[in-house]
Ligand binder design. Structure first.
Ligand code: NOJ
Length: 520
């Protein structure tokens, strides 16, 4: 009999750890593995099942560690490989699974292969592992633009140009070189051998490209058909181990193209950015939930529900604005924000996301109700978007500010000065301040994460007026979210959890409730 493994990713609650900002064990103002290890009990108490850890590899940190210099080690600022192994073992001992972040589209310009490619010059086989080309008419080989702004090509002193879809410090690998493919299969094995339970695949849809091809009307590097063969190979490796999940970071508006990555023999799940980007409006949310279920159900792939991550505006800020949707291109930085309203909505959104069938992601600090920090001193900003946009887009640092753990003033449990300053008013949002407060965001997340473990599998909409979303899970559980302007009468059932107080037995606007509908 072949061994069977639990498909834990199907309904897991996955907590995203941005290690630089999670917890500081050494007291240097930067989060690290010691800090994370010390806080594992906090995560168990929170009620999550797995951790996704953003890149922790040696890196010059030109893009928060997404510029990897060595895929088989840990950056000294975070700790050591031995400590990462300890962390994995300790997490497993506490019943937490570990997902690591693998960055296959590009590495750091300090990666040994790229340094060698530069050193050896044109004609070196190491240049074939990247995209080196001669220029055209005195400029770059083509007109591709970097996702962080500016041209996607940089010229090196010998005259050739190399491709970087992101920052110049992040040269793109050439995935048509078999050595690149082999290298990454080996990197997967390296981490699976060390106990990693899953891999979050960075920029998963942009690996295949052909900068020499004449324009064919398709996007020149996003979602080219050839990318699927790569993931079929990866899946074969994951299956050799068993119980390991491949999770794609795939921003694609077309649901059919998105679904292709979840076909049998490819990735297990992918982030639901359509849900993450949805405005706080009942028809839009209903549409994205319906489309998500329609896309995933026939493939027997678990949907994922994501409200935030290290790249997007934090929910209390986003939901407190006139435009509640999210777009990578337009962050609306500094737009007028009603934080009290945004926080009410973020609480309701959390109950919505956690009531839906599939897996759910919680980005660190979401459970504390942290807002986007929009007034970081400009000289502290580290996101390459700030510089590459010609200082027009402040980028993503505002959602990466170190977590407030305890105490009455910054750095709230981070040592020294935290690498990004925290707002003084976070004294009311520290984990310590919220822990015993029944009305806090932290308590809401703890209660919801516990209850969601018991939810029946099936999902059925209830008929509701415009502005209200309601659905049942099995015949024992109902979730109602009021996104309208008027209070809505709470259906029959016992209240399990509500995101805010009821008013005269009615669910106020921007509030969600979970009901035990047993026998009602
Ligand atoms: C997506 C990651 O989430 C983001 O933080 C990073 O900048 C880009 N990929 C490039 O690696």
């Amino acid at each position: 009999m072949p061994e069977t493994f639990p498909e834990w990713w199907r309904d897991a609650a996955i907590y995203q750890v941005y290690p630089r900002s999670f917890a500081d064990g050494t007291g240097d103002g930067i989060g690290d593995l010691g800090g994370l290890r010390a806080r594992l009990p906090y995560l168990v108490e929170l009620g999550v099942d797995a951790l996704w850890i953003n890149p922790w590899y040696p890196s010059p940190m030109a893009d928060g560690g997404y510029d990897v210099a060595d895929y088989r080690d840990i950056d000294p600022v975070f700790g050591t490989l031995a400590e990462a192994e300890k962390l994995i073992a300790e997490a497993h001992g506490l019943g937490l699974r570990i997902i690591i972040d693998v960055v296959p589209n590009h590495c750091s310009d300090q990666h040994a292969w790229f340094r060698r490619a530069l050193r050896e010059g044109p004609g070196s086989p190491f240049r074939d592992r990247f995209w080196f080309r001669p220029g055209r008419d005195g400029g770059p080989p083509n007109d591709w633009q970097s996702i962080f702004g500016g041209p996607a090509w940089t010229q090196v002193p010998d005259g050739e140009w190399y491709l970087h879809l992101f920052a110049p410090e992040q040269p793109d690998f050439n995935w048509s070189d078999p050595l690149v493919r082999e290298e990454f299969l080996d990197i997967l094995r390296f981490w699976f051998d060390r106990g990693a339970d899953g891999i979050r695949i960075d920029s998963a849809a942009v690996l295949v490209k052909d900068p020499d091809a004449a324009p064919d009307g398709l996007d020149p590097y996003t979602d080219r058909d050839g990318v699927h063969e790569i993931y079929r190979e990866w899946r074969r490796v994951a299956d050799e181990y068993g119980g390991r999940a491949l999770i794609g970071e795939i921003w694609l508006p077309d649901q059919d193209r998105f679904a292709a990555y979840l076909a049998p023999g490819e990735l297990h799940t992918a982030f639901n950015f359509d849900f993450l980007s949805s405005p706080w409006e009942a028809p839009a949310l209903r549409r994205t939930i319906e489309e998500t279920l329609a896309t995933h159900t026939p493939l027997n792939a678990p949907p994922t529900w994501v409200l935030s991550n290290h790249d997007v505006t934090r929910p209390p800020t986003r939901f407190g604005r006139a435009d509640t949707g999210f777009s990578l291109a337009e962050r609306n930085h500094g737009a007028p924000t009603d934080l009290a309203l945004g926080t009410r909505r973020a609480r309701a959104a959390a109950l919505l996301a956690m009531a839906l069938p599939g897996s759910v992601y919680v980005y660190q600090g979401e459970e504390l109700g942290l807002e986007e920090v929009e007034d970081l001193p400009l000289d502290k900003l580290q996101d390459p978007i700030w510089r590459r946009s010609g200082h027009t887009d402040r980028g993503r640092d505002g959602c990466r500010v170190p977590l407030p753990w305890s105490g009455d003033e910054p750095p709230f449990g981070f040592g020294a000065d935290s690498w990004l300053p925290q707002p003084a008013h976070w004294r009311t949002l520290t984990a310590e301040a919220q822990s015993d407060d029944p009305g806090s965001m932290l308590t809401l997340y703890r209660q919801a994460l516990r209850l969601r473990r018991e939810l029946p599998a099936s999902f059925t909409w209830r008929a509701t007026p415009d502005g209200v979303l309601a659905f049942d899970r099995g015949d024992t559980f109902t979730c109602v979210v009021n996104l309208g302007e008027h209070p809505y009468p709470v259906p029959a059932g016992e209240t399990l959890l509500a995101s805010g107080p009821l008013r005269n037995g009615e669910l106020p606007p921007d509030t969600a409730i979970w009901l035990s509908s047993h026998g009602s």
